[in-house]
Structures are given as structure tokens and as C-alpha cells.
Design a protein around this ligand. Structure first.
Ligand SMILES: Nc1ncnc2c1ncn2[C@@H]1O[C@H](COP(=O)(O)OP(=O)(O)OP(=O)(O)O)[C@@H](O)[C@H]1O
Ligand SMILES: [Mg+2]
Length: 269
């Protein structure tokens, strides 16, 4: 797998243009456009059913959009498959994490891409030392790479899932986009802090992070920009410092977006 430092700072790595998706007669995404650069954390917020997961699933290739264009480092796609998306450097951590509980940390990190010796045997020694090196690089402190996932705390599991996503994202053709759906849901304060620290570390390593969350205080602490979705529409997208938490709550919950004029001024897309 390639090194973590991938490309120029603030290079635009993802651009979504006029993305639409219908499920039957229901329009779930109504012409969403947004962009994401390396070294940036973009939060997608919105109430339940706003279309956040559908949007990210279009980027990870698990849902085929009905219209629009997804560009990854300038390469345009009308739709993506999970394999194509991963090849282009996109990797996602979903809420269920999809780790194998009975296997250890290192095995989970390398699942399906284990280092081999003699061409076909898994090189366990190298796998553990490489896993330890990658975790250290991300500032993730775990008891051991030999610990079973089942014996880790929620925050530690999330850390492993993020590390795996980073390794996959940087193994592709280096767009280095990590998508996190509710990474700190149901976590205590200490564990959330651990995960937020890791996400900040990804920004420092110039990865691009798309972060879906209901936790607005956390969003305001770590996101560089925020996109607010409601009923499949992008209501506002702009720099975190240009909007208040109260305004985001108001938009999410159905109040009119600021004024059309101020949204225009503050929004960057
Ligand atoms: N496979 C599907 N078939 C039909 N409708 C779907 C499907 N997936 C999602 N939807 C509908 O699309 C809308 C958006 O769903 P989505 O999961 O994207 O919302 P969300 O913003 O992620 O919500 P939450 O915060 O609850 O996770 C919802 O009304 C949902 O019921
Ligand atoms: Mg969702």
C-alpha cells in the first residue's frame, strides 16, 4: 500500500454535480452539487431521511444515481461500482463497521490484502509489524495488533475501522477520500474524542474526509465546511465559521434558510 501523503494540499478530489436519485416516485436526491478537497473535512448534516446516506452511497458506488456527475480527481462518472469507487481511492466506514469480531486487529486491517510469503502463505509477522506501523502513523493507540475486535471498546473498534478505510483509500489511485457515516454515534465522551482526533489526523495527512453526523457540536468542532440537506435538497453549503449552530438546526428542522440573500452570500457553492 502506498504512503499516506498523497498529493498537493487543497486539491479538489471530489466534485458532485446535479446528483439526483429516485426510489420509485420519491425523489430522494434533488440535484445535489458539492465539492471536497484534500486536507479538508466536509460535514453532511440533515434530519433523518434527508438523503445523506443515499448521497454517500452514490459516491461509494453502492447506489446508482439517476442523474448527475461524480468526478474523482477530474475523472467523470455517471455511476460507480463499489470496486471502481475503491480503485479511485474512495473508502467508507459505515455504522455497523463490518469488522470481523473473532479476528484480531491486524487481520481486520489487511482482510483480503494480507502480505504473503512464498507466494501464498500469509506473512503474519510482517502483517503485525506493518499494522502497528500504520496505526502509529494515524496516532491510534491500541493494546495490541493481536487483540481480538470483540475485546475492544466501541471507540477502539471505530479506530480500527477508520484505519482500514484509510489504508484502502490510500491503496487506490490515490484520491484518498474517506467517508464516515456517524462515526461517533453511541459513543462516550472519551471514545468520541479519540475518533475526532483520528479524523483531524486524516486532514493533516491531506486526506479528504466526508463526515455524516447528527452531532452538531462535534461537526462545528472539526468540520471545515458544512452542507445542510433537507428532503433531498442542498439548503446551504459553506464554511463552518460562516454559520451558527442555531441556524443549522433551524435549517435542518424546516425553518426557512436564513434569507435567500444571506445564504447566497455565505454559501460557497
Ligand atoms: N433502498 C431504498 N428504497 C426506497 N427508499 C429508500 C431506500 N433507501 C433510502 N430510501 C429513502 O430515501 C430517503 C433518504 O434516505 P437516507 O437513508 O439517504 O437518509 P439519511 O439522511 O441518511 O437519514 P438518517 O439520518 O436517518 O440516516 C428516506 O426517505 C428513505 O426512506
Ligand atoms: Mg443515513
Amino acid at each position: 500500500m502506498s504512503a499516506l501523503t498523497l498529493h498537493d494540499p487543497m486539491e479538489q478530489v471530489l466534485e458532485i454535480q446535479a446528483l439526483s436519485k429516485n426510489f420509485g416516485r420519491v425523489e430522494v436526491l434533488k440535484g445535489i452539487s458539492l465539492s471536497l478537497s484534500s486536507g479538508e473535512i466536509l460535514a453532511i448534516v440533515g434530519d433523518n431521511g434527508a438523503g445523506k446516506s443515499t448521497l454517500i452511497k452514490c459516491v461509494t458506488g453502492t447506489i446508482t444515481p439517476d442523474g448527475g456527475i461524480i468526478s474523482l480527481r477530474g475523472k467523470e462518472f455517471l455511476s460507480l461500482s463499489p470496486r471502481k469507487s475503491m480503485e479511485e481511492g474512495v473508502s467508507a466506514v459505515y455504522q455497523d463497521l463490518a469488522l470481523v469480531e473473532d479476528l484480531d486487529v491486524a487481520t481486520n486491517l489487511f482482510l483480503g490484502a494480507e502480505p504473503l510469503k512464498a507466494g501464498f502463505l500469509v506473512d503474519r509477522g510482517r502483517m503485525h509489524s506493518e499494522a502497528a506501523r500504520r496505526l502509529k502513523e494515524l496516532g491510534i493507540d491500541l493494546p495490541s495488533t493481536r487483540a481480538r475486535i470483540a475485546d475492544l471498546s466501541g471507540g477502539q473498534r471505530q479506530a480500527v475501522a477508520i484505519a482500514r478505510a484509510v489504508m484502502q483509500a490510500s491503496a487506490g489511485k490515490d484520491a484518498g477520500i474517506v467517508i464516515l457515516d456517524e462515526p461517533t454515534a453511541a459513543m462516550g465522551v472519551r471514545e468520541s474524542e479519540l475518533v475526532l482526533g483520528i479524523i483531524r489526523g486524516l486532514r493533516e495527512k491531506k486526506m479528504a474526509v466526508l463526515f455524516v453526523s447528527h452531532n452538531l457540536p462535534q461537526v462545528f468542532r472539526i468540520a471545515d465546511r458544512i452542507c445542510v440537506l433537507r428532503s433531498g435538497m442542498k439548503l446551504w453549503c459553506g464554511k463552518t465559521r460562516d454559520i451558527s449552530l442555531q441556524d443549522v438546526i433551524a435549517m435542518m428542522s424546516g425553518a426557512p434558510p436564513l434569507t435567500a440573500e444571506s445564504a447566497e452570500v455565505a454559501g460557497d457553492e
